[in-house]
Design a protein around this ligand. Structure first.
Ligand code: G3I
Length: 487
């Protein structure tokens, strides 16, 4: 298909632009009607812990697919499940979840590489360097196996003690030496450089001795270059919420890590809906809070038995807590597009949504090779739709794919209208560098440094698979993109 402008005479162009403006002035994003839609409009994911055995329960799967765009294995990626005998790895449960996620456009949190609980019997019987070596090997093997498929790994889970000490929990892993946590993070980074690496814990919901102990560890890791990207707050909550819940998230974010609510569930009662709403608002108020995961789908799926601690009742109906979360998500301000004049965040991941089609910039067929075509596709927030702005200096950026690690590239340094935009290994060439030009309404155009041309959806297609090409910058809606921050 030819680029839009070649299809139009000068006379009809004015008509087309006027029509485009009418579209631009139409109301923007309406309130989300599902958790995942409302969260995505705020640049967040909304996830659930899944027991893979329930993926054959149609009611369960119906709710999961309708409401959630992130999953985590409730048990299937833990040490006892993935390495039942030393050196024999078993990925069937985890694979089932990853397949379901990929087929349904969901991201996957990985839980958990190392934990003092749910260790296989053989590991419980080890100590000293034998245990340390086995643990690090476990991290390496599992993170390597799932490389490229995991949004964030809980590398270490629940390593701090409850109570007032602020210190580490005693465990067989801790007894191998205090540096076991950083060794695990380094091994995880080497195995899967694309995954965010998280420390995850509970009873960390306010500023207290335990959360402060973790805070000090994260600060130390950041100062010494130990690779850590995020902190998970499990948030298994009772009938009250710490007044400094948001402030606690914020102090971690201020250390330069993302924060996530990773296992949210709340005791039933008159305060349940309020607490769910307050947690949601706190996450939205912290720019680096990238998403919320609830620890199960229906009350009947919860590890908390009769606490009825989730968003759907035992028959799969939405509870008041659900409405509270959805309303909080819809009420939040939209932080997804950098305000005019402000630079993009080079630590963030963005989905680029085309103004004309509403579809997202997408590495076609999740390819990882040089030269793979870039298209538009219905937004699913998969890693193949996520892009990072890598600073090239002088106001130019490369756009790096989270999925492939490759960058957008005007094929063969072409300066022609209609030349293909592909992905290619990052060589920081001028054909890989783009500057951000502002259009109205928070939309931007992306102009190539070598050609001066804009990234556009060829022919103003609105179809999945529409080609992405460069074309002279004329400001059409098919050349305008919303940068939706999602991580
Ligand atoms: O699969 C077996 C089944 O064959 C057996 O008959 C049955 C007997 O009770 O046990 C089943 O395994 C149980 C498994 O859940 C699956 O239901 C385990 O005993 C049980 O220990 C396990 O509990 C899990 C728990 O972690 C383990 O400590 C819960 O499902 C899971 O929700 C819970 O999740 C943890 C997070 O990983 C970390 N944060 C706290 C959170 C809640 O405890």
């Amino acid at each position: 298909m030819k680029p839009l402008r070649t299809l139009l005479s000068t006379a009809t162009l004015a008509v087309a632009l006027t029509a485009g403006m009418a579209v631009a002035m139409a109301p923007t994003a309406s309130a989300g009607t599902t958790l995942k839609q409302a969260a995505a409009e705020k640049g967040r994911y909304f996830g659930a812990a899944v027991a893979t055995g329930k993926l054959s329960d149609s009611q369960y799967v119906g709710i999961l697919n309708r409401e959630f765009n992130s999953v985590v294995a409730e048990n299937e990626m833990k040490w006892d499940a993935t390495e039942p005998e030393q050196g024999r790895f078993s990925y069937s449960g985890g694979d089932r979840l990853v397949s379901h996620a990929q087929a349904n456009g969901m991201s996957v949190r990985g839980h958990a590489l190392l934990w003092h609980q749910q260790q296989p019997g053989w590991a419980q019987g080890l100590s000293g360097s034998a245990l340390r070596n086995a643990a690090i090997n476990h991290v390496t093997q599992v993170a390597t196996y799932y490389r490229g498929k995991i949004y964030a790994w809980d590398v270490v889970n629940e390593a701090f003690a409850d109570g007032g000490s602020g210190g580490r929990r005693d465990s067989n892993l801790q007894r191998t030496g205090n540096d076991w946590i950083e060794a695990a993070f380094r091994a995880a980074r080497a195995a899967d450089p694309g995954a965010k690496l998280c420390y995850n814990d509970y009873n960390t919901d306010g500023i207290n001795a335990k959360s402060t102990g973790i805070y000090n560890m994260v600060r130390d890791f950041k100062s010494r270059g130990v690779p850590i990207d995020c902190v998970g707050f499990q948030s298994h909550l009772g009938t009250t919420l710490a007044g400094d819940y948001q402030a606690n998230l914020q102090r971690f974010a201020d250390l330069g890590v993302d924060v996530q609510i990773t296992e949210l569930d709340v005791m039933t009662g008159s305060n349940q809906a309020n607490i769910f709403g307050a947690v949601t608002r706190a996450c939205l108020a912290v720019t680096r809070c990238t998403g919320i995961t609830v620890w199960g789908v229906r009350d009947s799926d919860s590890w908390r038995g009769t606490d009825n601690a989730l968003l759907f009742d035992r028959s799969g109906n939405k509870k008041a807590a659900y409405d509270s979360v959805l309303n909080a998500l819809n009420a939040g301000t939209n932080p997804t597009t950098p305000p005019p004049g402000s630079p993009v965040d080079t630590n963030a991941w963005y989905v680029l949504v085309n103004r004309n089609s509403g579809r997202a910039l997408d590495v076609y067929n999740r390819a990882t090779n040089d030269g793979a075509r870039i298209t538009q596709w219905s937004r699913n927030d998969g890693a193949w739709q996520q892009w990072q702005f890598v600073d090239s200096g002088g106001g130019y950026y490369r756009l790096k794919s989270r999925h492939s690690g490759k960058v957008l590239d005007v094929y063969n340094f072409s300066t022609a209208d209609g030349a293909a935009i592909v992905q290619w290994g990052d060589g920081n060439g001028t054909n890989q560098q783009f500057r951000i030009a502002e259009s109205s309404g928070g939309y931007v155009r992306l102009l190539n440094r070598n050609s001066g041309k804009a990234i556009e959806v060829q022919g103003a297609s609105t179809a999945d698979g529409g080609n992405i090409v460069q074309y002279a910058d004329w400001g059409g809606n098919n050349q305008q993109w919303q940068l939706v921050r999602i991580g």
